[in-house]
Ligand binder design. Structure first.
Ligand code: UDP
Length: 497
């Protein structure tokens, strides 16, 4: 297939990774297709590093971006580790890229002898690109990087904000899905505060992008039809008249560390990362718990203490990616002696029970390792897909956004037990104490009925997820997501004829 596709991910690791995977997938299927990935300079550098051998048909273009013009710390081009007000600044800053993006598109068209690209695929946080595509007569598609169940719930909340009676009752029946009840601790409560400047800017950003996303010519979904049948139906109810194409799982072999102010801590982490696999090699199959809260967030200091104490008491082996607790400057020094029980790191090392990795670990390699038994995760969608594609069940501790609904969905499916919720005690529905940590870890990893069932289900889903991108799936046909991608491309190119 000859054509030119422009890819534009949002500036956050969890969004960039699926776009890199989509690039790889498109290139594998149609090597002659030209693909241009657009982003801010540091992100482009990091994305480019995922393609160490230059491929002539894959191109990288930077948009000029000055973080300090938007109130962001120097070199900040990613959500990783950003505290809340600055989180919003980055969202707003991403919208201000409109003139630079338009100019770059014109430049690309001129360089291509006046030929317009066949298609723009932008992140759903960058749905403002839909108007630009329309003006230039380019097919526009949005890639939603999260799961469909979580996205459908997040969309319905965003579209109704700030009008919901959020706090008075324990449970809220969702406007578009009255059959689903959300507990108050699963709501983005801050966004419902009346007269809160931050809240109104944040919610109007989310509403704007969501409504624009609905104007796309097509929507691509980072999921698998057979796995998320219910979520898909929910999205179809919300988004009418736009074709939806599940094309996941969009997974990479490894994820580059985010380009962010976290880099100071990351330089500390690199030597320890390489030792993770060696450490796992020394453990028996199915005996190690992997713990990570993703690229952006972390639990708070007292939760870290309880988690550490519970892990120690469980006597189960673990690898824990430690980031500064919630509310502590991520660029600052690592103070493990203050964040963890006295002598914890040393004891864990001596007993060979636990490996603490600073800030960033080779997650996919860890999940793929036969020693890994379960994943204590914040239920970010990439982590979910990475875990389940390797048949690793999940202990959930969602911290924000649609992670609450991902965890809920995974519990329903039978591959997750929720241990904690949120990192602000007052807002959290579940208080995490050491006894509970020990109990849940033992339930999932201790060889009992629940753990065995979860593992069985996770293995079943692994087959489902992997089959979706196979040239020949278990029934001898094209995997459902490859089929979806083919249908999407047929639609794009039929519009061009
Ligand atoms: N990741 C990693 N090492 C880490 C932490 C995260 O490689 O120490 C990767 C992880 O494999 C995943 C991404 O970062 O691909 C995190 O995305 P997710 O959607 O799970 O969560 P987010 O960071 O967006 O909250």
């Amino acid at each position: 297939m000859v054509g030119h596709v422009i890819l534009f991910p949002f500036m956050a690791q969890g969004h960039i990774t699926p776009f890199i995977a989509l690039t790889e997938l498109l290139h594998r299927r149609w090597p002659e297709l030209t693909i241009t990935i657009i982003n801010t300079p540091r992100n482009i550098q990091s994305i480019q590093s995922s393609f160490p051998d230059p491929i002539p048909t894959i191109r990288f273009r930077s948009l000029p971006f000055s973080p300090s013009d938007h109130g962001l710390p120097p070199n900040t081009e990613s959500l990783a580790g950003l505290p809340f007000p600055q989180f919003l600044y980055l969202l707003i800053a991403s919208e201000s890229l409109r003139p630079q993006f338009t100019q770059l598109l014109h430049q690309i068209i001129t360089e291509d002898g006046g030929r317009v690209p066949s298609c723009i695929i932008s992140d759903n946080f960058l749905s403002w690109t839909v108007d630009i595509a329309e003006k230039l007569n380019i097919f526009h598609s949005t890639l939603i990087t999260s799961g469909t169940y979580g996205t459908a719930i997040a969309f319905t909340l965003w579209l109704h904000m700030p009008k919901l009676p959020a706090i008075e009752t324990q449970y809220l029946s969702l406007p578009d899905f009255p059959e689903i009840n959300i507990h108050w601790s699963q709501l983005p409560r801050r966004l419902f505060l009346p007269d809160d400047n931050f809240a109104s800017k944040y919610s109007s950003f989310l509403q704007r992008q969501t409504l624009l996303c609905f104007k796309s010519n097509a929507i691509l979904l980072n999921t698998v039809k057979e796995f998320e049948t219910a979520g898909l139906r929910m999205l179809e109810k919300l988004i009418t008249g736009v074709p939806l194409f599940p094309i996941g799982p969009l997974l990479c072999q490894s994820s580059p560390p985010p380009s962010s102010s976290l880099s100071l801590s990351l330089s500390l982490s690199l030597s320890s990362s390489s030792s993770c696999v060696e450490w796992l090699d020394k453990h028996s199959p199915g005996t190690v718990l992997y713990i990570s809260f993703g690229s952006q967030n972390s639990i708070n200091a007292s939760q870290m203490m309880e988690l550490a104490a519970g892990l120690e008491a469980s006597e189960k082996a673990f690898i824990w990616v430690i980031r500064p607790p919630f509310g502590v400057d991520v660029t600052g020094e690592f103070k493990l002696d203050q964040w963890l029980p006295e002598g914890f790191e040393e004891r864990m090392r001596e007993k060979k029970q636990g490996l603490l990795v600073h800030a960033w670990a080779p997650q996919v390699e860890i999940l793929a390792h036969e020693s890994t038994s379960a994943f204590l995760s914040h239920c970010g969608w990439n982590s979910v897909l990475e875990s389940l594609s390797h048949g690793v069940p999940i202990i959930g501790w969602p911290l924000g956004a649609e992670q609450f609904y991902n965890s809920m969905f995974l519990e329903e499916v039978g591959v997750c037990v929720e241990l904690g919720r949120g990192n602000r005690e007052k807002m959290s529905g579940i208080k995490v104490e050491r006894e509970r940590v020990k109990k849940v870890v033992e339930m999932v990893m201790g060889g009992g009925e629940k753990g065995v069932e979860m593992k069985k289900k996770a293995m079943e889903i692994s087959g489902m997820i992997r089959g979706a991108l196979m040239e020949v799936d278990i029934d001898g046909g094209l995997g459902s997501s490859l089929h979806g991608l083919d249908e999407f491309c047929n639609l794009v190119f039929s519009k061009l004829d």
